[in-house]
Design a protein around this ligand. Structure first.
Ligand code: AMP
Length: 280
């Protein structure tokens, strides 16, 4: 499969789709594809007439000192996997196409971006929102497919779409996990065998939170205290956040009386992992 890397070629393709009244699905990724990404692609292939997958490691969502340079780049395998699931159109832009000389606009992300990831990665969601809006506009997609794995990212994009009257709908797909519960992530490949075992505590902690809540615990502070303790006992090296929050605003839930989302971000060695679980 030949990836598309020029905007003109992408537009020729999408013009054709539009003229033929075909619906367009978009699956934005940073590559290093795994079953989580492929589940989004399959969903789009099923729901939409045409599907465009994008692979772009977006520099503007990495802060200095984060893993932009080390981020895995596996284009050949990615293209093979995409061909295998039946994806025909893959857009792999160069950084200079997304951010040409003179580029100077960026999105101020919505309020929901300020907490959790936003506290630890203050420039991250501006970078995400800006590139996602560009990809929506470039692909003219009707529907874009995102994973619940990046729960807050979905909240940010949904709010942006609503606030700015963006003409692309957002579809959220479930988290794909290994059989032992570890959420698939391109960053899992940084983990050695021992760290891979330690990383299981993230999902186990989320399950424990669900068990606590379903058995009647409604004190958010108590739950969070247990979450942190379980992560530390399980061997994580540090915790950025471990919270139970309102599923829409992501404000911390002090008293739990309905649907909530438990979210966490923790380091195993130097690898930062995130996971979440909707409860109720
Ligand atoms: P990334 O390449 O990490 O930017 O992810 C691209 C898309 O794949 C995002 O919408 C992610 O939420 C989604 N994704 C990543 N991991 C998973 C997973 N384990 N299950 C479902 N979707 C995922």
């Amino acid at each position: 499969m030949n990836p598309l890397n020029r905007l003109e070629t992408l537009h020729e393709l999408t013009d054709g789709f539009r003229k033929a009244n075909k619906t367009i699905g978009l699956v934005p990724t940073m590559g290093a594809l795994h079953e989580g990404h492929l589940s989004l692609v399959r969903q789009s292939l099923e729901e939409m007439d045409e599907t465009i997958v994008t692979i772009f490691v977006n520099p503007s969502q990495f802060a200095p000192g984060e893993d932009l340079d080390q981020y895995p780049r596996t284009l050949e395998q990615d293209l093979e996997q995409l061909a295998h699931v039946g994806a025909k159109h893959v857009f792999v832009p160069d950084s200079s196409l997304i951010y040409p000389p003179g580029f100077s606009t960026s999105i101020v992300p919505p309020k929901v971006a300020a907490v959790l990831e936003g506290e630890f990665r203050p420039t991250h969601f501006s970078g995400v929102a800006t590139v996602v809006l560009k990809l929506f506009n470039m692909s003219r997609a009707d529907v874009a497919f995102f994973g619940q794995k990046d729960y807050q990212q979905v909240c940010v994009i949904q709010a942006m779409v609503e606030d700015l009257n963006v003409n692309t709908q957002v579809r959220v797909c479930p988290i794909i996990r290994e059989s032992d519960g570890l959420a698939l992530s391109s960053r899992n490949r940084y983990l050695d065998a021992e760290q891979r075992k330690t990383a299981l505590v993230l999902h186990k902690t989320l399950q424990h939170v669900r068990d606590l809540i379903t058995s009647g615990q409604n004190d958010g502070f108590e739950i969070v205290t247990e979450m942190r303790q379980m992560l530390i006992d399980g061997g994580v090296d540090s915790i950025d956040y471990a919270v139970v929050a309102d599923p829409a605003t992501l404000e911390t839930a002090d008293f739990i009386d309905g649907k909530v989302v438990a979210l966490l971000a923790a380091y195993v060695g130097k690898t930062r992992l995130i996971d979440n679980l909707i409860i109720g």
